[in-house]
Design a protein around this ligand. Structure first.
Ligand SMILES: C[S@@+](CC[C@H](N)C(=O)[O-])C[C@H]1O[C@@H](n2cnc3c(N)ncnc32)[C@H](O)[C@@H]1O
Length: 161
């Protein structure tokens, strides 16, 4: 089953989130768990030349190439999704399927909530995300969201991009 995803792209609330993070993506309706978006559109490149790159791996899990969404004319709305700073605010996981990159919701995302995915430790570190505290107990970080960890399972829900 396909749905048309409605999201809003707007400036992140820097008072609540991270300073100077720019634009972010917000759900305009409640999204259930296990909804997949994608693929992440961009230009194929050999190196991580921008902050809009995801690494694609081959069948042997070896790095193959990057998909770079720096060009707004050769990418889609997924380029605006920001990096979570702690698992309590992460609501998407990135995964690769048939050589392309997708995101999947890992918890129910209430309306008006920012969609956030973990970029991986290397890039997150560059964004000054405290990797050492990423998985620390929620009360050390603040009670922004209720913790609900889950695995990505098969789902019949997909969104068109
Ligand atoms: C893929 S883009 C995300 C969209 C970006 N906010 C925009 O306005 O185009 C990645 C960039 O967003 C910003 N960003 C994303 N997550 C962030 C975070 N947790 N803290 C600070 N900046 C972040 C950084 O400038 C990063 O280079």
């Amino acid at each position: 089953m396909f749905f048309v995803l409605r999201v809003e792209i707007m400036y992140t609330n820097t008072a609540l989130y991270m300073a100077r993070a720019g634009l972010g993506v917000f759900a305009t309706r409640t999204l259930p768990r296990n909804v997949r978006f994608g693929p992440y559109r961009g230009v194929r490149s050999t190196d991580a030349a921008s902050n809009y790159c995801w690494q694609i791996c081959d069948k042997d899990h070896k790095p193959s190439h990057m998909v770079d969404a720096v060009d707004g004319n050769n990418s889609n709305w997924m380029r605006f999704i920001n990096c979570s700073r702690h698992w309590s605010e992460q609501n998407l996981v990135a995964f690769q399927y048939r050589g392309e990159l997708y995101y999947c919701t890992i918890r129910t995302i209430p309306r008006n909530t920012e969609l956030m995915v973990y970029y991986g430790s290397e890039f997150a570190h560059r964004l000054q995300v405290d990797i050492g505290r990423y998985n620390s107990p929620i009360d050390e970080f603040g009670n922004l969201y209720t913790y609900f960890r889950s695995l990505v399972h098969q789902s019949s829900l997909y969104f068109k991009t």
